[in-house]
Design a protein around this ligand. Structure first.
Ligand code: NDP
Ligand code: OXD
Length: 313
């Protein structure tokens, strides 16, 4: 039985890795001729509408990334388990990104980049140390907790926010609507690692920014969004930067991707833009993870990272 690769980018690296790690399963590619009646698994990112229908022997759909919002809104999504990728390669990439950008804001690196370009010896400022800065990680799941642990190692004062109450050793974890205001009130750097769901869409907006701590050592709150672009209201981010509600922002994800040429975010002096690459899915590590899940399934064991369609993540 077959594994179907349905991606919007070059499928070849994926096909090679799946053949390597699942030699017993023929691998086919959407858009090339194949027998739909033999497809047992789909590995996909952003499948075209209609492309996953009419697969009568399908047993599971694997998202090629950690997020599954690209599947949740998909019309006629087959009623089979959806499994997301959660493996160390991706997790470590994300934590590297989060730690780097928290340190960049801590040390006001953008200011020194500008000073260097202007050949200015700007030696007036004594930045705080990490222990003086409170980071709030919104979305305290696999990625949020790994980033939090590494931020803590650097000395930051870190707390988390999740949908459901949880206890995670070493961290104060706030949850739900009740915990949100208290969480924001103690946050100088807000790191968003939330999934995009109907509940989280647009959550990074003017009203939320106004609730962030104003007594911190950075001279104003900072936003780092590396979850999903549609969590954020970009007009509100720009307005908050302009009126001082936010001091700075690092954005890896955008309402529309690629970020449109005319967006003011490209040129804003206090915005750092990266092209949704904080934690890319490495084909080798991802295919190994999916092969492991398929082996578990075929041995009668449950998938490790099953998506809950009602929650949406
Ligand atoms: P997890 O499912 O492990 O964690 C999600 C976290 O978000 C959980 O703590 C969950 O709460 C929380 N959450 C969900 N809904 C809400 C809500 N309404 N209110 C409060 N908290 C909520 O996911 P991962 O950590 O693996 O990934 C998180 C997201 O990161 C992905 O969905 C994806 O969008 C993004 N991502 C971005 C990448 C990039 O390159 N920019 C790369 C990879 C992922 P609870 O614990 O209670 O369930
Ligand atoms: C993911 C992503 O969800 O790369 O894995 O955005």
């Amino acid at each position: 039985m077959t594994l179907l690769v349905a991606v919007t980018w070059d499928p070849q690296p994926w096909v090679e890795r799946f053949k390597l790690y699942l030699p017993e399963h023929p691998v086919v590619v959407l858009g090339e001729g194949f027998d739909r009646s033999r497809v047992r698994y789909v590995a996909t990112w952003g499948p075209k509408p209609g492309s996953l229908s009419d697969l009568p022997t399908l047993e599971a759909i694997f998202s090629l990334g950690a997020g599954v919002d690209h599947l949740m809104g998909y019309p006629d999504l087959p009623d089979v388990p959806i499994v997301r990728v959660s493996q160390d390669d991706l997790t470590h990439r994300m934590s590297e990104y989060v730690v780097m950008h928290c340190l960049m804001h801590l040390r006001d690196q953008r200011r020194y980049d500008a000073a260097q370009r202007a050949r200015t010896w700007d030696n007036e400022n004594t930045p705080p140390i990490a222990g003086d800065v409170r980071v709030g990680v919104m979305g305290f799941g696999v990625l949020g907790q790994d980033a939090a642990r590494k931020l803590k190692m650097m000395g930051f004062d870190v707390a988390g926010w999740s949908r459901t109450p949880k206890s995670v050793e070493g961290f104060e974890v706030y949850s739900g609507d009740d915990g949100l205001e208290r969480f924001l009130a103690r946050t100088d750097i807000l790191v968003s690692l939330l999934p995009l769901t109907p509940e989280t869409r647009g959550i990074l907006n003017a009203s939320l920014f106004a609730k962030l701590a104003r007594d911190g050592r950075l001279g104003g709150p900072v936003l780092i969004n590396t979850g999903r672009g549609k969590l954020q209201v970009e007009a509100d981010i720009l307005a908050a930067l302009d009126d001082g509600t936010l001091k700075a922002a690092t954005l890896d994800v955008f309402e529309v991707e690629p970020l449109p040429q005319d967006s003011r975010l490209w040129t804003h002096p206090r915005v750092t833009v990266t092209p949704h690459n904080s934690a890319v899915s490495d084909p080798d590590a991802t295919a190994r993870y999916i092969a492991k899940q398929i082996r578990r399934h075929e041995a009668g064991e449950p998938f490790e990272t099953l998506v809950d369609r009602v929650r949406g993540y």
